[in-house]
Design a protein around this ligand. Structure first.
Ligand code: HEC
Ligand code: HEC
Length: 286
């Protein structure tokens, strides 16, 4: 269905989002199962966790970058690409355990041992990878804290104050939401699935959405699947039979279709009134 080459372009209207959620759940377990999958990112040098400065071997930004690639690949399914929380994993930027962490002393044991009984798999990763993941999580925590002030949003009390009719006009007009969504299709009952602030959060920052990639190999063969990994060197995807493939980015041509990224652009466009009105309109979709 979604992942067959036939459907690759143009982007079809979103179908029932239950499918997406189900796919996410499946991916979560796939991610857990493939925790030891080949790692396309070059392994940084070994560094001791809990040592005074785990990032001495590598400039911090590079460490964060490496950690980000690893995180997207290994953790993003569950915790969100930016560690801000996903379908099954908690927001790590607001975690007390992360706040208490010094150079990996509380985070590393969770990564190594997991909490299998609670859905957090264990990862057998080199120290250098763990140091990079730890650096990335701390970086995201700082980012999240600095965003909070400027973060757009409304209070629960405000949720009902918008004008649903104006929201509907924005949805079908300037917001162009209707180019991807349908109130009687994928968004039918969305207000029942997500209450109040949770709904607003889904609207502003949808998480767990899948990006599609179409890869053309040197021999002309074309494969389409779900984008699982991307950095400047490597492109990785999962095909419709859920097999992971990766290529050197320089050896293939690829195009990525990530419709949910449109939401990031929208954030810059919404006025507070637009958000209020949209929320009022979405609340009518029960
Ligand atoms: C299959 C889903 C899944 C994957 C993949 C996953 N996690 Fe988790 N993680 C969870 C869940 C669920 C919890 C919450 C466990 C609990 O409540 O005890 C968690 C908890 C954590 C915590 C503890 C947070 C706290 O406040 O206690 C850390 C740190 C963490 N994960 C880091 C990672 C890192 C780093 C990766 C990638 C290497 C990763 N996780 C991959 C599901 C996942
Ligand atoms: C370019 C396509 C595109 C546009 C335009 C777009 N969205 Fe989305 N939106 C998505 C995708 C993809 C998702 C993720 C769907 C999923 O994961 O189930 C999503 C998710 C959502 C969700 C969460 C739905 C759920 O079931 O979790 C809401 C609510 C939403 N969008 C509202 C809007 C509104 C309101 C607008 C216009 C202001 C808009 N979107 C514009 C592609 C788009």
């Amino acid at each position: 269905m979604l992942l067959t080459p036939r459907n690759s372009f143009p982007m079809p209207k979103l179908t029932q989002s239950g499918f997406f959620r189900c796919a996410v759940a499946m991916l979560a377990s796939a991610a857990a199962a493939s925790a030891q999958a080949p790692k396309p990112a070059p392994a940084p040098p070994k560094t001791a966790i809990g040592a005074p400065a785990p990032n001495v071997a590598m400039p911090a930004s590079k460490l964060v970058q490496t950690g980000g690639s690893l995180f997207v690949q290994q953790c993003g399914f569950c915790h969100g690409r930016d560690a801000g929380g996903g379908e099954t994993g908690p927001d790590l930027t607001g975690s007390k355990l992360v706040a208490a962490d010094i150079n990996g002393d509380t985070i590393a044991p969770v990564i190594r041992n997991g909490r299998p009984e609670n859905g957090m798999p264990r990862f057998d990763l080199p120290d250098g990878d763990i140091a990079a993941l730890v650096a990335f999580i701390h970086f995201q925590k700082i980012e999240a804290a600095s965003r909070k002030g400027g973060r757009r949003g409304v209070d629960v009390a405000d949720l009902q104050t918008g004008d649903a009719e104006a929201g509907k006009r924005y949805f079908n007009g300037p917001g162009a939401c209707s180019s991807c969504h349908s109130p009687s299709g994928d968004l039918a009952g969305v207000a029942k699935r997500f209450e109040g602030l949770k709904l607003e959060e889904r609207m502003l920052y949808p998480r767990g959405a899948k990006a599609k990639v179409t890869v053309t190999l040197a021999n002309g063969q074309t494969l389409t699947g779900e984008l699982v990994y991307r950095d400047e060197f490597t492109i990785g995807m999962r095909d419709s039979s859920r097999h992971y493939h990766a290529w050197p980015a320089s050896a293939v041509h690829y195009t990525v279709d990530a419709p949910a990224e449109k939401h990031a652009d929208l954030l810059a466009q919404y006025t507070d009134a637009d958000i209020h009105n949209l929320m009022a309109y979405l609340q009518t979709l029960r």
